[in-house]
Design a protein around this ligand. Structure first.
Ligand SMILES: [Fe+2]
Length: 236
């Protein structure tokens, strides 16, 4: 049994020729079981048909969707007057369960228009099964109250909590700098060094990293105290 992971970049692997998708540089992920060929899609947005075509070409079967957080560039909705397709459009063509953090459920329903009944609410440490693979949810508030990361084997999909050279913004409605510090230092920093980091955007020089590299080189993972962190965040 092996964990199947694919990293797809908006504007390159799907949403091709969509200038906004390219500019926002979202990654979406497929996580699954490479034997049973079942997979989950993480943060489906921008081009649902393109994502489903990719899944079909890979010979995978879509078993469900996972949401890292409620921002429209990850799950669909409206942002800056721009309508982004996402969970609602996915449900129209492939009705699957959508796995969310309980603290994010209301926001996800509001932003996308999907029903609360379509959402499976999770808390920290839950396991979501896809084939024989177990995906563990890590609750990492800070960017939003119900931000969550997903751990499958040695793969960590981090949404907008941790990027290869930074972390998610904490100056948005619902953000908390203090919670972000806790999520980075008490949750993500505890993961083994060989954990592979798959971020929610292609913001760094490279598209993925390891937690060992992050602990050594990511400035935002190296702040020694909450006080120092809060002083730093006031400058952003
Ligand atoms: Fe975000």
């Amino acid at each position: 049994m092996g964990v199947y992971v694919r990293q797809l970049l908006a504007g390159r692997d799907f949403g091709i020729r969509d200038v906004y998708a390219s500019r926002m540089a979202n990654f979406i992920y497929l996580i699954g079981d490479d034997e049973s060929r079942d997979c989950m899609v993480v943060d489906p947005a921008w081009d649902i048909k393109g994502i489903l075509d990719y899944i079909d070409r890979e010979g995978m079967k879509l078993a469900g969707a996972l949401a890292t957080h409620y921002h429209p560039d990850h799950i669909g909705g409206e942002i800056f007057g721009l309508r982004i397709s996402g969970l609602a459009e996915l449900l129209c063509v492939r009705p699957v369960e959508i796995h969310v953090n309980a603290a994010e459920a209301e926001g996800i329903a509001k932003v996308t228009g999907v029903s609360r009944a379509d959402l499976v609410e999770h808390s920290a440490g839950d396991e979501i099964e896809v084939g024989a693979v177990k995906i563990r949810t890590l609750h990492t508030p800070g960017h939003t109250p119900g931000s969550q990361c997903f751990l499958a084997g040695s793969a960590l999909v981090s949404g907008d909590t941790l990027f290869t050279e930074g972390c998610g913004r904490v100056d948005l409605p619902g953000s908390s700098a203090e919670q972000m510090y806790h999520s980075l230092t008490q949750v993500l920093a505890k993961l083994p060094d060989d954990t592979v980091l798959y971020p929610g955007h292609n913001y760094g020089a490279k598209p993925r990293s390891t937690m060992g590299e992050q602990k050594r080189e990511n400035y935002f993972m190296r702040i020694g105290s909450l006080g120092e962190w809060m002083r730093l965040m006031q400058r952003y």
